[in-house]
Design a protein around this ligand. Structure first.
Ligand SMILES: Cc1cc2nc3c(=O)[nH]c(=O)nc-3n(C[C@H](O)[C@H](O)[C@H](O)COP(=O)(O)OP(=O)(O)OC[C@H]3O[C@@H](n4cnc5c(N)ncnc54)[C@H](O)[C@@H]3O)c2cc1C
Length: 458
């Protein structure tokens, strides 16, 4: 019998554990916090279940993973129609973009410039070296300047010309303006803009994965942060919280900088420096409790403009038909920032006020909120800068030679991936184990190459 430890009970860790258990391994998950789900968890604010920002399960989910989620959630997994808005050129446009809506609401000069960019696409140079020039090449200068430029700066905290094409390839699926138009035509039909969402919040996916894993014999230890991972010749000794166990292989889905601090023997100094240099952008998640049944009928408002600090505002109730209280609604504002920015440590009420001012600037009504709760996610977006390409190469080489400690998941690989991507990672990680609980390096390296093709869905 082989033993496996999994660090972190987010979606990646839970899926790894479930699949490894199904293959007959003894599995223990260690989670630092008091709940499962990581960034994809749900929790209560003022008696209403809410998420860490707007979360949707996308139709792009691999069919095998989709059928697992459907079997876990049954009727609780609802098929919903996206109903968002984006603020472009001081106008509200339906999001995802829809053809008629674009024609009606986009200023004619803007549409004309986009049409010109579309016609002249073949004339643009195919040689691009950064996020900005790649988006200009694919979508034209107008969309790059008015939408992707400011939104990328807002989310990543740097000018898009400092970011690599790897990030544009992973983050932006549209190959050209015609692709956007094709998507807009599809989204004009209700069935072309669906997503899936659990009745009790996005975290219900992780919760049901955890329940099933436990039913099948996985041990889950909450409030057990990883403290030490000591690799010996034929096993690994893992100490998390107050528990120590010996295992054959460790899967880690915790942030890489946390993992390397636990490693004994310590990792090469070059790797420690590389991980330290790879910056990640943090995010404030501010929940505003509003004493009325609905703020707007929209599920999410997107604010690409740099005149507004909030990047997105979502209203949890509008994502589902659930058992939400009638007399209040909870809004969620996402504010990307660096952890050493002044805003990071502002009191909750001040952040609530800042969001109110943002909404006012966008022409939305005051929420009249009566309570604010702020959660701080220090590491949401990996920032792929030109200046750290060499650091990422060092990290990548290490990830490709995992030995008995395998790092995966969004923060374990330093990628901006969706939930369905990290579930695939967990599944592939477990599949790469042999009967004695050792990782097949070649199989895992092949999987890493496949993960590099993931494109984020927004
Ligand atoms: C604002 C926002 C919006 C998003 N929207 C979507 C969306 O619409 N659709 C979608 O599919 N995805 C979305 N995502 C992405 C999704 O949340 C992630 O892909 C997913 O949560 C990653 O799962 P993970 O298990 O890899 O990592 P995480 O969720 O980060 O889980 C890591 C776990 O490790 C634990 N941990 C950390 N340190 C330690 C330690 N030292 N010891 C033990 N445990 C530790 C953490 O507590 C956590 O539970 C969004 C993410 C954000 C932030």
């Amino acid at each position: 019998m082989s033993d496996i430890a999994v660090l972190g009970a987010g979606p990646a860790g839970l899926m790894t554990a479930l699949k490894a258990r199904e293959q007959g391994h003894e599995v223990t998950i260690f989670e630092a916090s008091d709940r499962v789900g990581g960034m994809a968890a749900s929790f209560e604010v003022a008696g209403q279940r809410v998420d860490f920002g707007s979360h949707r399960l996308h139709p792009a989910t691999d069919p095998e993973i989709m059928s697992l989620i459907k079997s876990l959630l049954g009727d609780d997994l609802q098929t919903r129609e996206r109903h968002g808005r984006i603020r472009l050129k001081n106008q509200w446009i339906g999001f995802p973009l829809r053809t008629l809506d674009m024609i009606k609401h986009l200023p004619i000069r803007f549409s004309g410039a986009v049409a010109f960019d579309t016609i002249t696409k073949p004339l643009r140079s195919s040689r691009t070296s950064d996020f900005e020039s790649e988006i200009q090449r694919r979508l034209g200068p107008t969309v790059a300047r008015e939408f992707y430029g400011p939104y990328t700066t807002k989310l990543y905290g740097v000018d898009p010309s400092h970011l690599t094409t790897e990030l544009s390839n992973r983050r932006v699926s549209a190959a050209g303006p015609l692709h956007i138009i094709k998507n807009a035509v599809r989204a004009s039909r209700p069935e072309g803009r669906i997503f899936y969402y659990p009745r009790r919040g996005y975290g219900q996916i992780a919760e049901s994965l955890a329940e099933t894993a436990i039913d099948r014999g996985v041990k889950l230890e909450l409030r057990s942060p990883a403290r030490q991972v000591t690799t010996k010749q034929d096993r690994v000794e893992v100490t998390c919280g107050n528990t120590s166990i010996d295992v054959n292989t460790v899967f880690s889905s915790i942030p890489l900088n946390a993992l390397i601090q636990t490693l004994d023997p310590p990792p090469p100094a070059e790797l420690v420096t590389a991980i330290d240099r790879q910056r990640t952008r943090g995010m404030l998640i501010a929940h505003l409790v509003v004493p009325r049944s609905q703020y707007t009928p929209f599920d999410a408002h997107y604010f690409p403009g740099l005149d507004i600090t909030t990047a997105r505002l979502s209203e949890a109730k509008n994502y589902r038909d659930g058992d939400d209280p009638d007399d209040l609604t909870v809004l969620c504002a996402e504010l990307a920032c660096w952890v050493d920015d002044e805003i990071w440590n502002l009191p909750s009420e001040d952040i609530g006020q800042l969001v109110e001012e943002d909404l006012q600037r966008a022409g939305l009504p005051s929420t009249g909120h009566v309570h604010v709760e702020v959660r701080r996610l220090p590491s949401v977006y990996p920032v792929y800068e030109h200046s750290t390409v060499d650091a990422r190469e060092v990290i990548d080489n290490w990830l490709h030679e995992p030995g008995r400690v395998v790092s995966l998941g969004r923060q374990g690989l330093g990628v901006p991936d969706n939930l369905h991507h990290v579930l695939a990672m967990g599944s592939r990680g477990a599949a790469a184990l042999d009967a004695s609980g050792l990782i097949n390096q070649k199989a895992w390296q092949d999987s890493l190459s496949e993960f590099a093709q993931h494109v984020v869905q927004d």
